[in-house]
Design a protein around this ligand. Structure first.
Ligand code: PRX
Length: 633
């Protein structure tokens, strides 16, 4: 299933479009199934209803762990690099991984977790977090990993939405100089979560914690005593593997649902082909994806893809700038990382820190470098390519989404061409198209439009947890019969795709997806906020920054105080990642006569594009625009 040449790519792509079922059946043959599928695909984008490998039975962990053991028991599955430079690294072989996952799986059973139950994982970047995910999969429980930077109220909302029975967490987390109390966040969250019966706490930082005797169980007191064998639960291909919450343009975050079979096949296929890693037993290839497992990138290219492929990879606990902005490069040299996958926001921040942080390191182990999460601007692309890849490593710009489960548009390293700031070509099985606002397909090259996909791939979103209608409305209703990505896109003269960014009310701040509506509702919780409107604006490091326009009562005199309180409110309700970069207090917002906020105008002002505001005469009160421009931050 590995593509080795551009010609092979073209042939694979052609086959995947002409005979998709045959194509994916051949890929799926490479896995261990207890029972093969009756049919490869059943789909309908109107419902939407997509099923892959129907009635096949298997367990994803058997494929990610057990099937490698005869050959690779002693191969490194993970090297864990801790936050502190002087702390000890850990090496976890495939055999260790098997034993640890089984122990956690048996512990979950002991805590009453059964097939189909939801388990929330709120943990930092330590190997135990991956053990926890795989342990759920081992026993057929559904994991819902919540990024450990979200606040207690954001965590509570996610636990409640999927009725999680058990929460897995740690006492604390290290991030750079910070020692963050994680368990305390869980304690506060579960006060409003009646579904939670037990909390399994891994002691990582030895931060003091409050123990609730009725619910809390200390990991180190039970997991080591559990058996290191646990029969994998037999799962149907379409049984739910996990839920991952992500922001949309409206309302609260949606629980994106992925199922076992298609996700396994697609993440492995894309991992192998995009990164071109040698996964043989004695290979020294070492993959490092710097994402947090709390996001889809961490799910697909830390926890599942690399293990399913039998590769070795790095899990890094820390941050790129601790103890200094050379940390990534230090870790690459230390472990001789060969394949490095990170986000443009990190690249831009490290570029800004100065090349003095790069030059002390050789970086000569690197073979492939990758980018994910947001558009990579040309300058950052070249800096990354020249200073890190030294001009000799293919740079794969991988475009995909939480909903797509795996990479959809990307070069295949060293196999297909790259082009600065272009994700380039669709992977086999992916049929992208551009449409105009009315949904008419835009044919030919050198064109721009809204990016849709017209045919399912194995790891496409199945539903949004507990609310299928929302899935239909968000992705399958804007353009009939198509999956709409929410992204704008250009196709160049050679048919290469360049993603230009979101065309909906979703922001991408440092590679984190945040809905404007979510931030507005958090801001509106403050008693002194009458109304607010949030838009994104270009930010040198973060890609996009958050600009909030706020109407406060005229009696509120201390605006600095109000700003501080609003930042605290957003941190409390969502988490620090959603804090606005700029808060402008205004006396009114530009609204149409029907009361709709004209976000286009607010966006232009935030971007500093004051000459192209368009017609403002139809506004209820055109004079607010002048005031907003005058007070622009
Ligand atoms: O706008 C696109 C942007 O990130 C969005 C998906 O965010 P999320 O679900 O959090 O997943 C991020 C990691 C896969 C997309 O709709 N995006 C992601 N990768 C790229 C990108 N934009 C441009 N180029 C990319 N390579």
């Amino acid at each position: 299933m590995k593509i080795n040449t551009f010609e092979e790519y073209k042939a694979a792509y052609k086959k995947s479009v002409e005979t998709p079922e045959l194509f994916w059946a051949e890929v799926a043959e490479n896995f261990t199934w207890q029972k093969k599928w009756d049919r490869v695909l059943d789909w309908d984008f109107e419902e939407p209803n997509t099923k892959w490998f129907l009635n096949a039975k298997f367990n994803i962990t058997e494929n990610a762990i057990d099937r490698h053991l005869p050959e690779k028991a002693n191969k490194t599955a993970f090297i864990w690099e801790p936050n502190a430079v002087e702390a000890n690294q850990r090496v976890i072989t495939y055999q260790n991984l098997h034993d640890e996952v089984c122990k956690v799986a048996n512990t979950l059973k002991l805590l009453g977790v059964k097939k189909g139950d939801r388990v929330c994982i709120y943990m930092p970047m330590i190997p135990e977090t991956v053990f926890a995910m795989l342990a759920c999969a081992r026993i057929g429980a559904v994991h819902s990993v919540v990024f450990a930077g979200f606040s207690s109220s954001a965590l509570a909302g996610r636990i409640q939405d999927s009725d999680c029975k058990v929460v897995l967490t740690t006492d604390g987390a290290y991030r750079g100089v910070k020692d963050i109390p994680i368990k305390a966040v869980v304690d506060e969250a579960i006060e409003t979560c009646s579904s939670v019966e037990k909390v399994l706490v891994y002691k990582h930082t030895n931060t003091a914690i409050t123990i609730n005797k009725a619910k809390d169980v200390i990991w180190q007191e039970v997991v080591p005593n559990a058996s290191s064998t646990c029969e994998p639960e037999l799962m149907d291909s379409e049984d739910v593997l996990f839920i991952l919450y992500t922001s949309g343009s409206t309302g609260k975050p949606k629980g994106v649902v992925h199922t076992c079979g298609g996700y396994m096949v697609y993440t492995t296929y894309t991992f192998n082909n995009v990164f071109q890693i040698d996964t043989t037993k004695d290979s020294k290839d070492l993959f490092w994806c710097t994402a947090d497992v709390g996001w889809i990138t961490g799910h697909s290219y830390i926890a599942y893809g690399p293990l399913l492929a039998g590769a070795s990879s790095v899990i890094f606990e820390g941050v790129p700038t601790f103890p200094d902005a050379g940390r990534f490069w230090k870790v690459i040299d230390k472990h001789q990382v060969t394949h490095f996958y990170t986000a443009p926001t990190a690249i831009r921040a490290l570029e800004a820190a100065g090349s003095g942080f790069v030059t002390p390191y050789k970086l000569d182990s690197l073979k492939v470098i990758g980018s994910v999460g947001e558009p990579i601007n040309e300058e950052a692309w070249h800096w990354y390519n020249n200073n890190i890849g030294k001009g000799k490593c293919p740079l794969v710009d991988t475009w995909w989404q939480t909903e797509t489960g795996g990479i959809l548009i990307s070069a295949l390293a060293g196999v297909t061409p790259t082009k600065p700031s272009f994700a380039t070509l669709p992977l086999p099985g992916i049929q992208p198209l551009l449409v105009d606002d009315k949904g008419n397909e835009i044919f030919g090259n050198n064109v721009e439009g809204n990016l849709c996909i017209k045919f399912p791939w194995p790891s496409i979103i199945r539903t949004t947890y507990g609310d299928h209608k929302r899935c239909k409305e968000a992705y399958f209703s804007t353009y009939k019969g198509l999956y709409f990505t929410g992204d704008g896109c250009r196709r160049d003269e050679n048919g290469f795709y360049r993603i230009t960014g979101r065309v909906d009310d979703v922001m991408n701040v440092s590679g984190h997806r945040i809905g404007t509506a979510e931030v507005e509702s958090a801001i509106n919780m403050h008693a002194d906020v009458v109304e607010s409107a949030v838009v994104a604006y270009p930010h040198d490091i973060k890609g996009q920054g958050i600009y909030a326009y706020i109407i406060a009562p005229s009696t509120t005199k201390n605006h600095d105080n109000l700003r501080k309180e609003i930042l605290a409110e957003v941190t409390k309700i969502i988490g620090p990642i959603a804090k606005p970069d700029k808060i402008q207090i205004v006396s009114g917002l530009p609204k149409t006569r029907s009361g709709k906020i004209m976000r286009r105008i607010l966006r232009k002002v935030a971007e500093g594009e004051l000459t192209s505001l368009g017609d403002t005469s139809t506004l209820l009160d055109p004079s607010v625009v002048d005031e907003i421009i005058a007070g622009r931050l």
